[in-house]
Ligand binder design. Structure first.
Ligand code: NAP
Length: 377
């Protein structure tokens, strides 16, 4: 669904009217049926008045457009512009296209061919994309590049009320960025699909989808637009989890970041399949495959932009050290025992009967220390 009505910036710094933006919708979309001459004049006059008002003071509410957009019923299918059409952007696009949404895309790299295969309209130029007036801008850029990409978007060319959604794997950072950069008229929905092109390649059924309605207007069209967007994921079978971005980051550092870290550590071991793989080992190999198919930039973003990640990394290190210590303590115990037994044998003392090694454990769960030689008859 798109508006054929001209939209004029309220965010423009130079207070000028964006003529390209003004012309494009009339040129690129089917024209409405011609109006009778008297009505045509009235419409033109109304239009000129509005332009005049905006040109004089662009900070005034653009009442004509907002009234019209309030009256537009948001259709169930949305016009969604994916910005960042890499691995994850393309993955989401496939399902959204299948659901009947109109998908546009823009990225740093030219993905026109891939987009055409999926059924997505590709725009090399962000201005052209914006002038298509999408209902939703879905940011699928890497965590590290998001601020740069967001700042490069011609926000003034978008519909005044546009829903901005992100899928970044770190949420407090995305929320703070959106609130800082986006004008207050834009709605904000922070999301994190807890799956990727590997784990969700067959289906999204039963996979968690986290979201936080950071700023959704109270008017009906804003509310419906947000619900329709979320429905794309609930309809695909996702388990919808509403929580704050802060809660997400705490959970994700202790789960997703740990998973990726362990996967990447194992990858460094260059593990291979063996003729006697256990189920557990097969799962480890899957983990390596899953995590290594994601870019290192994504992993680095999980670390860099989640304040809880460093603590988890330290805990992981401590856990590894503590496990190693447990093993070496045990080994030390065994070696001590062997050492003393050998020494005793050399001294002609009788060897401790084997049965004694099977003594029950003490309160600490450790084997009882060997009895002193005087106890041995
Ligand atoms: P990624 O490496 O995190 O991001 C790749 C995307 O970022 C591409 O679209 C790329 O554009 C763009 N990009 C990178 N550097 C850029 C720069 N300097 N300027 C402009 N664009 C730049 O890999 P991804 O898997 O596609 O993830 C995209 C987003 O989805 C991330 O925020 C990630 O956290 C989130 N996410 C990913 C998964 C997953 O399983 N992969 C799951 C949930 C959420 P070009 O391709 O045009 O270079």
């Amino acid at each position: 669904m798109h508006s054929i009505y001209p939209t004029i910036s309220r965010f423009s710094n130079n207070h000028s009217i964006h003529l390209r933006r003004y012309n494009r919708p009339f040129l690129s979309h089917p024209l409405p049926p011609p109006l009778p001459p008297r009505l045509r004049t009235t419409k033109l006059l109304r239009l000129l008045c509005t332009i005049g008002t905006s040109a004089i003071n662009t900070t005034q509410p653009f009442t004509y457009e907002s009234k019209i957009s309030d009256r537009i019923t948001i259709s169930k299918t949305l016009k969604i512009a994916i910005v960042g059409f890499g691995n994850f952007g393309q993955f989401l696009a496939k399902t959204l296209v299948r659901q009947g949404h109109t998908i546009l895309a823009h990225s740093r790299t030219d993905y026109s061919d891939i987009a055409a295969d999926i059924g997505v309209s590709y725009y090399n130029n962000a201005d052209d994309l914006s002038e298509e007036h999408p209902d939703v801008i879905l940011l699928c850029t890497s965590v590290l590049s998001t601020e740069k990409v967001l700042r490069s978007l011609p926000l003034e060319r978008l519909k005044r009320s546009t829903l901005f959604v992100d899928v970044l794997s770190v949420k407090e950072f995305a929320k703070e960025l959106f609130l800082r950069i986006l004008p207050s008229d834009f709605d904000i929905l922070c999301t994190h699909p807890m799956f990727g092109p590997e784990s969700g390649k067959h289906s999204w059924e039963g996979l968690p989808f986290m979201y936080d309605k950071v700023r959704i207007g109270s008017n009906e069209s804003s509310v419906l637009r947000c619900e329709n967007f979320l429905e794309a994921f609930s309809k695909a079978g996702c388990i919808m989890k509403e929580m704050t971005c802060d809660e997400h980051d705490q959970y994700a550092a202790g789960s997703q970041f740990i998973t990726h870290t362990v996967g990447r550590i194992l990858e460094k071991l260059d593990l291979g399949s063996t003729p006697i793989n256990t189920k557990g080992y097969e799962r480890l190999l899957d983990l390596v495959e899953n995590t290594s198919s994601d870019s290192f930039e994504l992993y680095y973003g999980l670390f860099m932009y989640n304040k809880n990640a460093m603590q988890q990394l330290e805990r992981l290190e401590l856990a590894f050290e503590s496990l190693k210590k447990e093993l070496s303590d045990q080994l030390h115990e065994v070696m001590k025992k062997q050492l003393f037994q050998t020494k005793d044998r050399h001294l002609g003392v009788l060897q401790e009967p084997r049965a004694l090694l099977k003594l029950p454990t003490n309160g600490n769960g450790h084997a009882l220390p060997p009895r002193s030689t005087s106890d041995i008859i």
